[in-house]
Design a protein around this ligand. Structure first.
Ligand code: BTN
Length: 330
């Protein structure tokens, strides 16, 4: 039986391929090709045009993730620190997979990327909608000699790496909603999920998961499950983005920031402050079923959110933040 992955390897060019040619190339019958085409439409949510006398073609050409293309674009320092990149056609969650690998003793610098996640995990018990072949679902395992106490701002630094990438590809007004949601004009562009294990005083292993919308097709039925305003890189830039090249850029920036942590935590926090989209806005912070409304004042030296509420300054170490509707400009 031929797999969807093998068939997509041929159809990815977006051109017509006859059932007979596909069957020959893959060593199966035309009926078997047809079965896999149905699977591609049903399970991967892709549209395949079938035209008599011409054959099958994908509605849009597809750029599948390619380890060699990503490796080619990594800078020298990153390539040296990378232990491996594993690419999955489909996985439940790259974070969950890497957490298990970490427990089995996998080395730091290991990256896992997937074309699709069936149970993508978001922050605060939410899921992460992860349709096939269009976005970035990436997890990186990093081992630190220190523990959670010294890594309190890590998720903010990772957000800096993602926003740096976006600025470099031309999305100058991408910013961060505390602590680490990546936004563009009040629409979510990327999310970060950090999972840390180890002793409080160190060492520790951190799995950093990044979900970044590159080319999310609004026609994909899965997008109906997203409960907040969202946007993707291609829509903002108004042009196609090379997913492998973009992935390499994200990896380079992640490694750069991780290398800066030992000497430049203050600098990274200052950089985060320049990316802060909440400062000065009227916001709501919800934690343990309680909601406080106030003005966002920025962050303190521990990366906690400062909120002015009834002339009192409140320090929020956790919470779900949203910009008050009447104040937002979307
Ligand atoms: C958020 O809720 O904002 C964080 C979303 C993080 C999603 C990414 S996608 C890659 C990695 N694997 C997961 O299951 N989750 C993270």
């Amino acid at each position: 039986m031929v797999s969807a992955q093998e068939l997509l390897g041929i159809l990815a060019d977006g051109k017509y391929h006859s059932g007979t040619d596909l069957g020959h190339e893959l060593g199966v019958s035309r009926a078997a090709v047809w079965k896999v085409i149905q699977k591609i439409e049903k399970e991967l949510g892709l549209t395949v045009f079938a035209v008599k006398g011409k054959g099958y073609r994908l509605q849009q050409p597809l750029e599948l993730l390619d380890k060699n293309k990503i490796l080619e674009k990594l800078n020298e320092k990153t390539a040296k620190q990378l232990s491996n990149i594993e690419i999955f056609f489909e996985i439940e969650s790259t974070n969950q997979y890497l957490n298990n690998k970490s427990l089995d003793g996998a080395p730091g610098g290991l990256i896992v990327i997937a074309e699709q996640q069936s149970k993508g995990i978001g922050r605060r018990g939410r899921g992460w909608v992860s349709p096939f072949g269009c976005n970035l679902y990436l997890s990186l395992l990093w081992r630190f000699p220190y523990g959670a106490a010294q890594l309190g701002c890590l998720s903010l630094y990772i957000a800096v790496a993602i926003v740096r990438t976006l600025h470099k590809v031309g999305i100058k007004d991408a910013g961060v909603k505390w602590p680490n949601d990546i936004y563009w004009k009040n629409k979510k562009l990327a999310g970060i999920l950090l999972e840390m294990r180890g002793e409080l005083s160190g060492p520790s292993a951190v799995v950093m998961g990044i979900g970044l919308n590159i080319n999310m097709p609004s026609s994909n039925t899965e997008t109906k499950n997203i409960d907040q305003a969202w946007i993707d890189v291609q829509t903002i830039l108004g042009r196609a983005v090379d997913r492998n090249e973009f992935t390499a850029k994200v990896i380079n920036e992640l490694f750069d920031v991780l290398n800066e942590i030992p000497d430049a935590q203050n600098k990274l926090l200052e950089e985060w402050k320049d990316m802060d989209i909440l400062k000065g806005q009227n916001i709501e912070v919800t934690f343990s079923n309680k909601t406080i409304i106030g003005e966002a004042l920025g962050i303190n030296k521990d990366g906690a959110l400062l909120l002015r509420h009834n002339d009192k300054d409140i320090i929020c170490h956790s919470g779900d933040v949203s910009i008050r509707r009447d104040e937002s400009n979307d």
